[in-house]
Design a protein around this ligand. Structure first.
Ligand SMILES: Nc1ncnc2c1ncn2[C@@H]1O[C@H](COP(=O)(O)OP(=O)(O)OP(=O)(O)O)[C@@H](O)[C@H]1O
Length: 436
């Protein structure tokens, strides 16, 4: 593959003002893009002139406000130039948010609390990146909250996270996901994470609401002590929530995070329903259109994306490689928990009844075979913490169970860093992974 890329000749692409170069690259292919002249950005983050950026397994666009020339090299799955983009409306949205930030600064208040909602694959994460990057470029320190448990845009899939964005976003790695695992190696992006453990919020609504409430509490505490973050406010990315359960979750998030700007992306009915639900509630509901460049990602692509996120967590990226550490741990040295059996999926229960099963009750895992190939979250809970409070603990890190020896009562665990496990309580979700 390397050879293929090296023998490819580079080509020049010229973009007129307000145009973008959209591209898709497969997971096992590398392409390179260099800005030769002019200005350009990827989801709001500016590219530097003369620097070669490498992309693998990505779907993205290089956008230019004033025109530019790019030098591209490698085999793209899809590549084309487009001139119809919603970037002007995205910029106007940012400018309106910036006014709220200026007002918040003068009044020593909380900046805008923005929630982006819409169906799957309409560009919610991309819009959040653009808004966060523009705020950063304007001198702000926004907090990016990800409630999208499918993707793991910041760290492992299955988590809800909050990250104070104070440094330029790495365009090659999205939000610089792997960097979050190697904080000591020069990364500034350190998310606060709570483990939900499932892919879809509807799989266990009560637990999803619990972890989002814990996260909102943590964000509130951070805002109380950090003036920069307080004035900049936060941008919340969500999973595709357009059914009845989704509406219930949206209302929960709006209340918990005191959301005052609700952006509905690419869905007329959702916009109309939200305008009705939140009229008279001090929430501005804004409708934005979806970019024609947003790519629908099929199940297979999403699974590969999840697998590559997990791989990145332990092994890093070509730019910042990690050497994970394998260790033997006695059964008795750890306590593995999982959330009790969900009797019926929450979506199948009438609203208000979701709590009738033990959806937020942890049970201890005694049969370690269940953990084989599982991703486990190490909880930031004291050794003597009561089991009823464990789900409210944030995550210290993740490990992977590569082997279980029932005879010797030992598990083999892969960890991104050497040393003993920092905590004893460990939470298992539904994510499994095979090291390849
Ligand atoms: N203008 C664009 N040109 C090319 N690709 C784009 C563009 N905007 C977004 N994409 C790509 O389309 C895909 C879907 O976008 P994104 O992840 O932002 O959607 P989403 O609504 O957050 O999806 P999900 O429902 O899975 O959370 C991503 O791979 C993203 O990089």
């Amino acid at each position: 593959m390397q050879e293929k890329q090296d023998t490819d000749l580079s080509r020049e692409i010229t973009l007129e003002p307000d145009h973008e170069f959209r591209f898709e690259v497969e997971f096992n292919t590398k392409v390179q893009i260099k800005l030769v002249k002019g200005t350009a950005e990827i989801f709001g983050t500016e590219l530097a002139v003369g620097i070669t950026y490498t992309f693998t397994g990505r779907k993205a666009a290089v956008y230019t406000w004033h025109g530019c020339t790019l030098d591209v090299k490698g085999t793209f799955l899809v590549e084309y130039t487009a001139n119809e983009t919603p970037m002007t409306s995205y910029l106007n949205t940012h400018l309106a948010l910036e006014q709220l930030r200026q007002k918040a600064k003068i009044e020593h208040n909380l900046g805008p609390r923005v929630l982006v909602i819409g169906p799957h694959d309409v560009g919610k994460t991309s819009l959040c990146k653009i808004l966060v990057s523009y705020s950063l470029r304007h001198g702000g320190n926004p907090v990016y909250v990800s409630l999208d448990t499918t993707e793991g845009s910041i760290t492992m899939p299955g988590t809800v996270t909050a990250t104070c964005i104070s440094n330029i976003i790495d365009v090659e790695e999205g939000f610089g996901s792997s960097a979050t695992t190697a904080a000591s190696m020069g990364s500034f992006t350190m998310p606060l994470a709570y483990y939900y453990g499932f892919e879809n919020p509807s799989e266990n609504v009560k637990l999803y609401k619990l972890v989002t409430s814990c996260l909102s509490e943590a964000v509130r505490s951070r805002m109380a002590v950090d003036e920069e973050c307080r004035n900049s406010g936060f941008i919340i990315d969500s999973a595709g929530l357009i059914d009845q359960v989704g509406y219930d979750i949206i209302q929960h998030v709006v209340e918990n995070f005191s959301v005052n700007v609700l952006i509905v992306l690419g869905h007329e009915r959702l916009y109309s329903d939200m305008s009705r639900i939140f009229s008279n509630k001090n929430v501005s509901v804004v409708k934005l259109s979806k970019s024609g460049g947003v790519v629908e990602r099929d199940r297979q692509f999403k699974t590969r994306l999840q697998r590559s996120k997990i791989h990145e967590y332990f092994y890093g990226t070509p730019k910042c490689e990690l050497s994970p550490y394998s260790m033997l741990v006695n059964y008795d040295d750890i306590k593995v928990w999982r959330v009790g059996d969900v009797i019926a999926p929450s979506s199948a229960l009438p609203l208000g009844m979701e709590g009738s099963s033990n959806e937020t009750q942890v049970v201890k895992v005694d049969n370690f075979d269940m953990c084989l190939h599982s991703i486990l979250a190490i909880l930031n809970a004291d050794q003597d913490a009561h089991e009823n409070r464990l789900l409210e603990s944030n995550v210290a890190g993740f490990v992977y169970v590569s082997d279980v020896d029932d005879e010797k009562r030992k598990v083999t665990i892969l960890s991104p860093s050497p040393g003993r496990l920092p905590k004893k309580h460990i939470l298992m979700g539904s994510f499994k992974w095979m090291e390849t």
